[in-house]
Design a protein around this ligand. Structure first.
Ligand code: UDP
Length: 480
């Protein structure tokens, strides 16, 4: 008998912030009757033990495996992955479909390549892994893009590409504080100009400040290829006015907004690439409600020596209890051979806890956590505000400045630490957020309103609940 299974092939980008939401989506879809296959890179590969009912396909390639995977080189690595993984992914899909007798319902041989039916398999991929869509197109398999960030960020990339095309870059210094007319209330300085990222350092930069490799990559990843829909981990209610509808009109394919996706997936699901240190939860259990500041810069952002030292002494001087994630090799959070001040942990004693990697979702849901100092990655932002935890924003690159602007000036659920800061700035901002006071309390109250918004959106009749139902219907229709 031919298999009746409806397969979803997930193709994550090999970065923690991208792998997590796509695996969460896969788990949700599995609970709705789909069989999940994950086609992944060996670099930052998901752990199959955390997903025993999923099938895994390694797309490894010796040449790509030998590349330097530092952040500065990541763009080149991602481009190479797309080039090298394509053939293996295609061959696998052809074999898999034939093996599973994907009811070769081919009536007209010309319609389907290699006897692969266009039904019974749908590819959901991170747009960074655009090779998945090239294969989908070739084999006439339906594909859906997952964009694990805000629609304001996607629109901001479109605006940067446009500014480049019309020769307006680099922007004069006098313009960077101005509002972007198509993306109010964001300012030019919130846009993700690559010169703010270290990605730009390894590639040759044009006069306009945007390296050719970045432009090409953005052009490809900004488009949706041949995909039939887009999934976002966001909701219309939290996005800046019209960003979703402007993009939907531009792309002309349906959007499904399922947020916060981490709360719609089973809470027991583990997606961390690094070992979580659960001792910090025991430490949190001993702290008073809302008293602890959680400090973490996600999986990629770093601090230089001065930032680390000033943060350490600022936290110490604030007298606020803190839980601080300081990543170690191979994802070192500190640049170079930077160390905490001598005897820092002794000085702090029980008031501070430092770990290499935390179970972040559990930490943010813990009643002792009253604030989150974050780099403002989209997952961290969603994880924080959906728990009603206010933030201190210290954005660096990519979508982080857009997200920080949302947090501080649009949703008003956090404060921003300026680019260059000292221990006094840290002490002040931590106290403003964490100590009882009119400002901190108002921010906390607004953050709790967000927690409520998200809870409502996930209940029957709520926008994320309904969107997930519609998405399930949509994807089911692709197997007909
Ligand atoms: N994270 C974690 N433990 C940590 C730090 C981060 O589990 O100690 C997770 C966090 O919950 C989030 C992801 O890593 O889901 C980071 O993604 P985000 O988009 O916030 O930032 P990125 O790492 O992509 O910059």
């Amino acid at each position: 008998m031919p298999s009746q299974k409806r397969y979803v092939v997930l193709v994550p980008a090999p970065l923690q912030g991208h792998i997590t939401p796509i695996l969460q989506l896969g788990t949700i879809l599995e609970s709705r009757g789909f069989s999940i296959i994950v086609a992944h890179s060996d670099y930052n590969a998901p752990d199959p033990k955390n997903h025993p009912s999923f099938s895994f396909l390694s797309l490894s390639d010796d040449e790509v495996a030998s590349y330097d995977k530092s952040f500065q080189n990541m763009l080149m690595v991602l481009v190479a992955m797309n080039k090298k993984y394509r053939a293996k992914f295609r061959d696998y899909l052809v074999d898999h479909m034939i093996q599973n007798k994907v009811e070769v319902e081919v009536e007209d041989e010309d319609e389907d390549a290699d006897g692969v039916s266009s039904g019974r398999c749908v590819i959901i991929y991170d747009r960074i892994m655009y090779c998945a869509d090239e294969v989908a197109k070739e084999l006439k398999i339906p594909s859906i893009v997952m964009r694990p960030y805000s629609s304001a960020y996607e629109l901001s990339r479109k605006i940067v590409l446009h500014l480049k095309e019309v020769g307006c870059l680099p922007l004069p210094e006098t313009q960077i504080e101005d509002m972007v007319p198509e993306l109010q209330p964001f300012r030019y300085k919130d846009l993700p100009f690559p010169q703010f990222t270290t990605l730009a350092m390894t590639t040759s930069t044009n006069n306009d400040g945007i390296p050719e490799a970045v432009t090409k990559f953005w052009e490809v990843t900004h488009s949706n290829g041949s995909s039939q829909a887009v999934i976002w981990n966001t909701m219309e209610e939290i996005e800046s006015e019209k960003t979703l509808s402007v993009l939907e009109q531009y792309y002309q394919i349906p959007f499904f907004c399922i947020a916060p996706i981490h709360k719609m997936a089973p809470q027991s699901l583990k997606t961390s690439l690094l070992q979580e240190d659960n001792s910090c939860v025991e430490w949190l259990d001993k702290q008073s409600p809302n008293s602890v500041l959680y400090v973490s810069l996600g999986s990629i952002a770093t601090m230089n020596e001065n930032e680390l030292i000033e943060t350490a002494w600022g936290l110490a001087k604030s007298e606020v209890p803190f839980l601080w994630v300081i990543r170690k090799w191979p994802n070192d959070m500190m640049k170079g051979n930077v160390k905490l001040p001598d005897h820092f942990e002794e000085i702090i004693g029980e008031r501070g806890k430092i770990v290499v990697w935390a179970p972040q979702k559990e930490v943010l849901a813990h009643s002792a956590v009253g604030g989150f100092w974050s780099h403002c990655g989209w997952n961290s932002t969603m994880e924080s505000i959906s728990e009603g935890v206010p933030m201190i924003c210290k954005p660096s690159f990519s979508d982080q400045r857009i997200n920080a602007r949302y947090v501080t000036d649009i949703w008003k659920v956090g404060l921003q630490l300026e680019r260059s800061f000292d221990r006094g700035d840290v002490e002040t901002i931590v106290r403003r957020l964490m100590m009882d006071g009119v400002e901190g309390n108002a921010i906390r109250k607004r953050a709790l309103d967000f927690n409520y918004k998200f809870e409502v959106s996930m209940q029957k009749g709520g926008c994320s609940y309904e969107s997930l139902d519609k998405f399930t219907e949509f994807i089911s229709s692709l197997y007909m």
